[in-house]
Each structure stands twice: as structure tokens, then as C-alpha cells.
Design a protein around this ligand. Structure first.
Ligand SMILES: [Zn+2]
Length: 455
């Protein structure tokens, strides 16, 4: 039985699906106004691993994740670049999915867009007004948090202590500094939608309530996202759902932050600001491995050193697989090692303990090498097949190095080196070999062309 840390309970709890054999999860998606950064990559990978693990356990998962395509930041960028908000949103949505594809993140089964749900949001806000839990303010419609008895649950704080910590509200028409906008009035000539209260735009916290309930029903298994979303975003979603008497999400799961240490993020320091920048020079699988090697609730340190360590660890896994292939072991008929499967399940069921699960798989790798050294090919095949299968369950495909899998900058250097060799510029060709070597790749010239391997 899977157990996860539920933010609403403040403890690890058993996850019992509402419908046996099925699992419904809603994960808050990106606001599409800029490129994905490392934190986005982490949450996407954490929930990808959770989904894959549930599927591996035989559950039929329905994974919904939205695109926030209405937001002030989208509008600001559109105005600065003199184009329409929808152009900005579709550009960054496309880039988001191309980056996610590089990371091997499975596409959600449903990808609702906020702009397609404005009508339903207006309807929900109308009902909240009717229920007496929302009120008209000077610049929009606000939710009255005092009407929700346990407001502050996901922050693990009472409303009183949240109020004490809040900045003095500059909007003195608000009943409480914690009250949040459901609808923001705007100039009809600007980006706006019609509503019974005048033209405006929806507040961010309403869209996920409307979209999750529309696609998953008033009750579903899990709502997730990065820790920064637990408060106020998720709490404000929960408050609206509570006011509507929805059962809503049974569990709330959040992943920890990405840290870049004390170093300022910059290219010259070898730190990375966007995911694409990282993936230009790093095998995307190495980032997945780095994410897997830390517990999802712990902070994750991403810097040139931790990325290089993950890349080396990945190379070792790949080269062991390559050794098994080179030894001519046929793994297609190999049975999987039941004891390893059981240990994997135990670790993963224990609040998704991927560091323990992957640690054990690294031990299995050592065992494969030992078995190969001892000439026990069949056993080596079984151990390697198990290792590949379990890493596969985590979304990490292992392989002997193939050119198709090389990072794009490495491929480019290999091509330039081939050109240099074709015009007999051996000085340049040697310099490029050195560049490849600095990046951790060895190139061997064979009659069928260059063969590149991770060292
Ligand atoms: Zn959300």
C-alpha cells in the first residue's frame, strides 16, 4: 500500500484510491509566460515518477494538469513585446511541452486551458456570491476566508496566525488581508472577459477548482504541485471547494524546492537558469536521476557539481548495460528478480523513497559487473534486466551509448570534427576531440564513422 506525506494532515498517510484500481490526480501546471526553469523540471519529474509508479503497480491513472494561459505576467510580456497575450501563451506552451518531452515526462491525459474555462469560473464565482462567501470589492470580487472554518490547513497555520504574519493590506476594503480576488475588473479595451459584474479577468485560484472538478469530478484522489503552491494557491482552491461543499481532493502532495546553493545562478559559474540551458549540455536522463536521488520532499541542490555527479552515475549504469550487451547476453528471456522487485515496492511505497530505491539499483549494477567478471552470464542477464526494468518504472531508460542519445552540443562537435577530418585539418580535429573529452565523451574513429561513448 502506497503511503505519502499529505500536507493537509501533516503526516504520512495510506493512499486508498476512491475507486479500486483507479487513481485520479490533478497537478497544477505552468503559467506560460516564460521558459521552464529547474523548479518546473523537478515538479514535473516528481509527479511523472508518481504517475509511472502507480501505473507500474497496476492502477489506471487519470492525470490532469492545466495550462494557465490567463495571467498578468502573460499580459505584461505581450505588452512589452507588442503582441497578443494568446501569442505569448501559445509560444511558451509549445516550448514547455518540447522541454518536457526532452525530459521524458509523460503528457497528462487532459490538459485544460484556463481561457477555455472562464465561463465556468464566472458561474462558480456567482455561486460563491450567492452562498455569501464572496463579496464585491472596489477592484473585483473577493473570497471571504473567514467563512471557511479551517482556513490555513495547508499552511499548517490558523487564520489568526496567518493574519498576524500578513502585511498590512493596502486595499482597506478587504475584510481580511487573507481574502483573495476571484475576479479582477479590467478595462474592457484591455484583455478581458464579460461577467455579470463587468469586464475583467479571473483570479488564478479559481481555475484549478473549476477544471479539476469538471474533469475529475467533485471528489478525486490527489492534488499536487510544488511546495510554493501549498499556500496560498492550494489553500485558496481548497477554500472555494469547501464553500461549494465539494469533497474535492482526498490528498495534497507537494515536492520540495530546487536550491542552487549560495552561488548566484549564471552561465559562467556552470549554473543553469532554464531547463533548456541545462539540457543543452546534459543528458536529460541525468536530471531525472538527480531528482530521483533526492527525496521528493527534500530540497534539491542543482549545481554543476551535482549535475556532473548524476551524469557520471548515469554513464556507469549505461556502460554496465553495454557490457552485458557486448558479452552477448540475451536479456529478452531473462526473468526478473522477485526479491529486487519487492525491495523496490517497499521503498517506493514508503513515501516514494526514490533515494533508497535507486541506491539499491546501483548495488544491483555492481552485482551485474561482478557476475560478468565471474562469467555468470545468465545471472548477470537476470540482474541487468531487473535493473533496467525498475529504472524503466521510474521513467529512466538505460542503454549503451548511441549517437541518437547524445546531447545536441556533443553531436555538433562530433560533426565539426568529421568535417575537419575530411579536409585533413588534424589540429582542429584534435582540439575537438579534447573538447569532447572535457565533456566526458570519448570518440573512436571506425571504418563506419566515429563511435562516441561516454567515458
Ligand atoms: Zn492550481
Amino acid at each position: 500500500m502506497l503511503r505519502l506525506f499529505d500536507t493537509a494532515v501533516g503526516d504520512i498517510v495510506e493512499i486508498v484510491p476512491i475507486a479500486p484500481g483507479r487513481f485520479s490526480m490533478y497537478v497544477c501546471g505552468p503559467t506560460v509566460y516564460d521558459l521552464a526553469h529547474l523548479g518546473h523540471g523537478r515538479y514535473a519529474l516528481v509527479f511523472d515518477v508518481l504517475r509511472r509508479y502507480l501505473e507500474w503497480r497496476g492502477l489506471k491513472v487519470r492525470h490532469v494538469s492545466n495550462i494557465t494561459d490567463v495571467d498578468d505576467k502573460i499580459l505584461e510580456r505581450a505588452e512589452a513585446e507588442n503582441r497578443s497575450p494568446s501569442e505569448v501563451a501559445s509560444e511558451f506552451e509549445e516550448k514547455w511541452f518540447s522541454t518536457m518531452a526532452k525530459l521524458g515526462v509523460l503528457k497528462p491525459h487532459e490538459i485544460p486551458h484556463a481561457t477555455a474555462y472562464v465561463g465556468q469560473m464566472v458561474a462558480l464565482i456567482g455561486r460563491l456570491l450567492d452562498e455569501g462567501v464572496a463579496y464585491l470589492g472596489e477592484d473585483g470580487i473577493y473570497f471571504d476566508v473567514s467563512k471557511v472554518g479551517d482556513y490555513g490547513l495547508l499552511a499548517r497555520q490558523s487564520l489568526e496566525s496567518l493574519k498576524a504574519g500578513a502585511r498590512i493590506a493596502e486595499k482597506d476594503f478587504k475584510k481580511s488581508p487573507m481574502d483573495f480576488a476571484l475576479w479582477k475588473f479590467s478595462d474592457p479595451s484591455s484583455w478581458s472577459w464579460e461577467s455579470p459584474w463587468g469586464p475583467g479577468r479571473p483570479g488564478w485560484h479559481t481555475e484549478c477548482v473549476v477544471m479539476s472538478v469538471d474533469l475529475l469530478g467533485e471528489e478525486f484522489d490527489l492534488h499536487g504541485g510544488g511546495l510554493d503552491l501549498s499556500f496560498p494557491h492550494h489553500e485558496n482552491e481548497r477554500a472555494q471547494a469547501e464553500a461549494m461543499h465539494y469533497k474535492f481532493s482526498h490528498h495534497w502532495v507537494h515536492n520540495g524546492f530546487v536550491m542552487v546553493g549560495s552561488e548566484k545562478m549564471s552561465k559562467s559559474l556552470g549554473n543553469f537558469t532554464t531547463l533548456d540551458e541545462l539540457l543543452e549540455t546534459t543528458d536529460p536522463r541525468a536530471y531525472r536521476l538527480l531528482v530521483l536521488q533526492s527525496h521528493y520532499r527534500s530540497p534539491l541542490d542543482v549545481n554543476s557539481q551535482t549535475v556532473a555527479e548524476a551524469s557520471r552515475a548515469l554513464s556507469r549504469l549505461d556502460s554496465t548495460c553495454q557490457r552485458v550487451l557486448d558479452a552477448g547476453v540475451d536479456m529478452t528471456s531473462s526473468q526478473l528478480d522477485e526479491e529486487e522487485l519487492q525491495a523496490f515496492r517497499e521503498a517506493m511505497d514508503n513515501d516514494l523513497d526514490t533515494p533508497t530505491a535507486t541506491g539499491r539499483l546501483f548495488e544491483l549494477r555492481s552485482k551485474v559487473n561482478q557476475l560478468l567478471d565471474d562469467g555468470m552470464l545468465e545471472e548477470a542477464g537476470k540482474a541487468c534486466a531487473t535493473m533496467e526494468h525498475l529504472f524503466g518504472a521510474l521513467g529512466l531508460t538505460l542503454h549503451g551509448t548511441e549517437e541518437a542519445e547524445l546531447p545536441s552540443n556533443v553531436k555538433e562537435i562530433v560533426e565539426r570534427r568529421e568535417e575537419a577530418r575530411s579536409v585533413k585539418d588534424f589540429a582542429l580535429s584534435d582540439r575537438l576531440r579534447k573538447e569532447l573529452s572535457d565533456l566526458g565523451f570519448a570518440v573512436e574513429d571506425t571504418p563506419s564513422g566515429p563511435k562516441v561513448k561516454r567515458r
